[in-house]
Every structure is written in C-alpha cells, then in structure tokens.
Design a protein around this ligand. Structure first.
Ligand code: B12
Length: 208
C-alpha cells in the first residue's frame, strides 16, 4: 500500500495501474486499496500543494495516476446485470473541475444498481435543471471541491426551486469543503462525507 501511495503521489500512472492489479491478485479488496492508498495519496498531494511544494502540474499527474488505478478497480466494484433501482443525475458544480470524488460517487451508485446520468464537471445550474426535466431522476448529486464553488451549489438548488422541480427530486451534496451545516443552510436533502454515504442515501430514497 505504501508503494502504491508513493506511485500515485509521484504521478506514475502505468506503475499505479500495475500495482493495483498486483494488490488485487494478492487478495486485497478494492475498498481497502481505495481507502488505504489511493484516497490518502491525494490527501498528501493536497498537503504538498498547500505547502507550496507541489504546483498544479504535479496535482494533475497525480490525479491521472489515481484515475489509472481506479480504472482497474472499477469493474470489481460494479456488479453488472442488475436491474436499475433508480436514476441519479450527477455533476461537479459550475466553475469546478475536480472530478475524482464525483467519479467515486458514480462508481458506488453504479455498483448499487443505479442508472447514472453523469453531466461531468463545471456544470451550470441550468444544465442540472434541464437534466432533471429530461431524465426525471430520484436523486441529484452535486460535488464541489473548492470553497469558492461551494456557492454554486446554492445557485443550483435555487434554480431547481425556481423551475418548480424541488419537490420532484432529492438533492445530495458532497466534496471536501462541504459540511452538514452548509447543507442545512442551502436546504439540501443530504450531505455525504463519502461515496458510501451517498450511495446509502440514494438507495433509501429510491426504495422509499
Ligand atoms: C487532484 C486535485 C486537483 C486536480 C483535479 C483533477 C481531477 N480530474 O479531479 C487539478 C490539478 C485539476 C486541480 C486544480 C485546482 N485545484 Co485542486 N486539488 C486536487 C486534490 C489534490 C485532490 C482532490 C481529489 O481528487 N481528492 C480525492 C477524492 C476521492 O476526494 P473528494 O473529491 O473529496 O471526494 C470524496 C468525498 O469528498 C466525497 N464526495 C465528493 N463529491 C461528492 C458528492 C456527493 C453527492 C457525495 C455524497 C460525496 C462526495 O466522496 C469522495 C470519497 O468517497 C485536492 C486536495 C484534497 N485533499 O482534496 C486539491 C484542492 C481541492 N485543489 C485546490 C485548489 C486551490 C485548486 C486550484 C484552484 C489550483 C489553481 N491555483 O489553479 C485548481 C482549481 C481548478 C478548478 N477550477 O476546479 C485546493 C482547494 C482549496 C479550497 N479550500 O478551495 C485543494 C484542497 C488543495 C489544497 N490543499 O490547497 N486540483
């Protein structure tokens, strides 16, 4: 696990994928690989960035390495062949390009049998509104990683309300800077600290 952390931290994409394959073959679980290596590696990268030791390019190559690792894990997390149990529209809010956390939420939801409409990153409030009209999802999941873009979550909730759709859909939010108090303040239905919490909320909503 330590080696894998180091490989992600230093942005070695190919070696990261190989190491993940190795660990899986040795019997490590996908969850353990994520929780004990991939996610902590990104925390270290964030700290190095904050300390001025890493710049954006280093963050980018580390993120790329992490994504290569996730590609290997993904098929193990997703149980194919189950009937969709509900629909979720997912996106990172306007102005925000971070998508690793969002992608983990997508994987967890896919693994639980949800049909996902992934709007990607930098998604404007109007795009969320259009997607709700078009796909009629059970849940909308918003992700934000910047203290500045958190505010776009508020705008998105307001746009959903203005479009008269607030009663039709549950809204869950998450991302490193988000806390329960913020979710309460903007009137989101749920705040999830991680993808598992998000999956559980979506499951409860769809099966309620
Ligand atoms: C990788 C990274 C990048 C990459 C992103 C690549 C990509 N494809 O995502 C790049 C290089 C593009 C980037 C750019 C920037 N970044 Co950046 N980045 C990071 C870093 C190192 C890791 C983020 C990450 O992927 N974490 C791993 C994932 C798994 O965690 P997560 O996203 O939090 O998701 C988990 C939970 O939060 C939750 N979750 C997430 N979303 C949701 C949604 C729902 C509904 C639910 C239920 C749960 C949930 O589930 C996940 C786990 O299960 C963080 C540091 C950090 N520790 O977060 C900084 C960080 C987020 N970045 C930061 C900054 C400042 C920037 C830039 C402004 C830098 C610059 N000067 O240009 C730009 C902004 C670009 C933009 N407009 O978005 C700061 C933010 C500071 C702040 N408080 O606002 C951080 C915290 C670094 C730091 N310590 O200073 N960054």
């Amino acid at each position: 696990m330590e080696l894998l952390k180091e490989l992600v931290k230093t942005g070695k994409a190919k070696e990261t994928a190989e190491r993940v394959t190795d660990l899986l073959e040795k019997g490590e679980s996908p969850e353990a690989i994520m929780q004990n290596a991939l996610i902590p590696a990104m925390d270290i990268v964030g700290d190095l960035f904050q300390q001025g030791e890493y710049y954006v390019p280093e963050m980018l190559v580390a993120a790329r390495a992490m994504q290569h690792g996730l590609e290997i894990i993904k098929p193990k997390l997703i149980d194919s062949g189950i009937e969709p149990i509900g629909k979720v529209v997912v996106g990172t809010v306007k102005g925000d390009l971070h998508d690793i956390g969002k992608n983990l939420v997508v994987m967890a939801l896919e693994g639980a049998g949800f049909e996902i409409i992934d709007l990607g990153t930098d998604v404007a409030p109007e795009q969320f509104v259009e997607a709700i009209k078009k796909y009629n999802p059970d849940v909308v999941a918003l992700s934000a990683l910047l203290t500045t873009t958190m505010l776009a979550m508020k705008d998105t909730l307001e746009a959903i309300k203005e479009a008269g759709l607030r009663d039709k859909v549950k809204v869950m939010i998450g991302g490193a800077p988000i806390q329960q108090a913020f979710a309460d303040e903007i009137g989101a239905d749920f705040y999830g600290p991680d993808s598992t919490a998000g999956r559980n909320f979506a499951r409860e909503t769809a099966t309620a």
